[in-house]
Design a protein around this ligand. Structure first.
Ligand code: AMP
Length: 220
């Protein structure tokens, strides 16, 4: 099964993608997380992407698309994946489609997590991310068991530099500019499923699993 999670920064895509990947035995692909690891390791890609990320702008399509093509070609991704943070625009959606076409497969469903601006700001400005496994926590909503330490892998938690209120606002603006065309694109293909991203994460998780199972049943 191949699922795209679509939604603004702070919609809970990362949290949901990690849980879904576990429950549905699928690979989790987060373009933001791959880029952050590249920045951390100071690779060529990381150096090229860093400035865009710090400003809250999109990294150029050709850099991200090459990265996603390499990832999708890996054996552990062949059985299916949850995509979190890609595609971000129509050009990327078309690139994804042509990458999958080479293997005669396609996206099954696109889950759009519609989330209000107040919830986004509250979530992002309190978000903590693990520098080891990329898991997300929240200062108030989902604190780690031990302050500053990841429950899953023991890695150190940090606040993303692009989670400042000013950069969050810029990221929301960039997101709004592209999202309506993406929503239309997947809706016209009958793949779009809408959910509220404002709800509690357990409820959202159950609903996404329900959507995935319904889609599976229809295809069986
Ligand atoms: P995210 O973790 O998805 O919020 O992404 C963090 C940052 O990484 C974004 O603000 C962009 O600068 C960059 N990024 C992540 N995914 C993409 C993508 N598909 N296309 C372009 N830039 C991306």
């Amino acid at each position: 099964m191949r699922i795209i999670l679509l939604g603004p920064p702070g919609a809970g895509k990362g949290t949901q993608a990690i849980r879904l990947a576990e429950k549905l035995h699928l690979a989790h692909i987060s373009t933001g997380e791959i880029l952050r690891q590249n920045v951390k390791n100071n690779t060529g890609l990381g150096q090229d992407a860093k400035g865009f990320m710090e400003r809250g702008s999109l990294v150029p399509d050709e850099l991200v698309s090459r990265m996603i093509q390499e990832k999708i070609a890996r054996p552990d991704v062949k059985e299916g994946f949850i995509l979190d943070g890609y595609p971000r625009n129509i050009n990327q959606a078309k690139t994804l489609e042509s990458i999958l076409e080479q293997d005669s497969c396609d996206i099954d469903i696109v889950v759009y997590l519609d989330t209000s601006e107040a919830v986004i700001i509250q979530r992002l400005t309190g978000r903590l991310v693990c520098n080891g496994c990329g898991a997300n926590f929240h200062i108030k909503n989902m604190p780690p068991k031990v302050e500053g330490i990841c429950d899953n892998c023991g890695g150190k938690l940090y606040q993303r530099t692009d989670d400042s209120e000013e950069t969050v606002k810029k990221r929301i603006e960039v997101y709004k500019k592209e999202v309506s065309s993406l929503i239309q694109y997947y809706d016209s293909k009958g793949k779009l499923r809408r959910l509220s991203g404002d709800e509690d994460s357990e409820i959202v998780l159950d609903k996404i699993i329900g959507l995935a199972k319904t889609d599976d049943l229809h295809k069986a």
